[in-house]
Design a protein around this ligand. Sequence first.
Ligand code: SF4
Length: 663
Amino acid sequence: MERLSACPLNCFDGCSLLATVAGGRLVDLRGNPDHPITRGQICGRGRGLLLRHRHPKRLTRPLKRVGDRFVPVPWETALDEIAERIRAAIDRFGPTAILYSYDYASGGLLTLLEERLWNRLGGMTETVSTLCWSAGLEAQRLDLGGARTSDPALLPLAKGIVLWGRNAATTNVHLLPFLRQARAQGSRLVHINPMPSPLDREADLVVRVRPGGDGPLAVAAAQALLERGAFDRTFVTHHAAGFEAYRAAVLAADRAALLRAADVDEETFARLVDVFATPPVRAILGYGFQRYRLGGATVRAIDALIALTGSVGRPGGGVDYAHTALGESIAAHRITRPDWRRAYRTVTRAGQADEIPRLDPPPAILYVARANPLAQAPQADRLRDVYRSIPTKIVVDFFLTETAAVADYVLPAADNFEQADIYVSSMWHGYIQYGEALVPPPGEAKPERWIVRELARRLGAADAFRESDEAFWRLALDDRMTEADWQALFTRGFVRLVPERIAWEKRTFATPDGRFHFAVPPWAERTALAAEAPEAGGPRRYRLLSVHPRRSLHGQHRFFAARPPAPVAYLAPEALAREGIAPGARVVLTDGRARVEVAAAALPGLHPEAIVVEEGVTPGINALTPSGLADLGRGSTQYEAFVRIAPLRPDERDKTIREEALG
Ligand code: SF4
């Protein structure tokens, strides 16, 4: 029998699924063919959810640390002790003694109930901003008033489609049929990326930009359009602010220096400019190029370039970075109730290794959910020591992750097939998905919402959790959904929450003055270009790009993949030859402080100044990524990492960071 389900993972695509349940077991998964965007297709990571669901190493009992071991304890014991410690911490230090460290491993709406609990108890210290996209989001908020993506079905109306840093073949697979349809109907496809992609074979132009060179490239292209007069005068006059200052700065910039910074030759550049000069252009942005110190400025420079072409708000055109209209449609605050807080403070996910030690009073409780910061966060090895110093650490998860391994209590969570929820996680389309509770959790595993309700009962906060699950869904969504929508959601598995098909169609933006805002890019200044110049002399340093893995959603699939991906560092073949390293050799990557052992591999087409590793599946790699923040949105600067590479000597093996026992 097939029933409705949904992929909970933090992915552009937000798939609706159909699950086959037989004999009380989940036996198969497929894409829901009725979903207008995902159209019945499902990726390997989605299929992998079945492996996770059934995996023999899933946690099935609450665990308590006793000395250096975990021992199973009854739920009553774990919850009573945790509640007692939370109460004592709040009584002594106030509610901000609770450090709530969470992320987006599941996009279920009722995950918000955790935040409701902390707010009901008076507040918290919360991890904010994301490792993924925060600098770019803030850039689009400043330029446009928010991040909006037009319907992918409108792609054939674009004369040019520029995949700028988005490796859709890995991270946004349901975009591919729309791209191919557009190409078949005459759209030109450009791929700008320091890394090769299978899509390069289908692209009309591939621009192998230097890592971090995207901002200078956008400024150079804008300068060429301005010089030719190939820009939309109506748009810049009637719908924009800041254009004159932007134009003056861009026209004064040194084009040769910009192209040197981007490492793009004149001929490639001329072909690229021709695409931008032929609107409408649809730029589809990735997130890698905003994980830099000037990440926000990079997105602003690309926004400005596309705005200049007059493509924003035009059918087929636009600058697609994300689609936060979906999240903004949801009245999350009615669930989380920030108005209940008496005290509140934040640390960033990217900078927490530096920021937590500065908190006064320090956190007494660490509560981690839907996250594995000790694998994902920058300076993860230092963060491990910081987390260890917190007196009580509680981790809710499916597996004994790196973060769970340092906890005092590990609570086993139910997965998306074992509880009903509404998934609001797509960053690309305007649909929400519904997943039923199909089967019971294994052993004693429980939904996170059950854990929250039990803690609330013990902490005198049960009054905030009287509503049913459906009542909480309706609190958040009733403003946007009719009864017919609810009916459709529960019978078809999805409903469209954001009706607009063309982002900013009226060209009235959500900025304070309703206009698009041009920002003067820092690369117009020679000093900014000098700061971007590659290091000269000494042993060669490479830009370390820790990109989304192909076969895992961050590190999540590492715990249950049938064949875990091996940790590999990819270099351009010419870089490997220059270093005298053979493909397959064991090597050490080091920034002088930390060292990580991997195997070397050749990646033809990769920019020769880059080393690429897959984040999440390369143990210890975040010991090499910096905890500094980007220029906007308190975003991560994980690509401001520079490493040297050397063959591993036999006597070095024990000095490198290797995978810890993961249970
Ligand atoms: S990971 Fe993304 S593409 Fe794959 S099934 Fe989940 S939502 Fe769909």
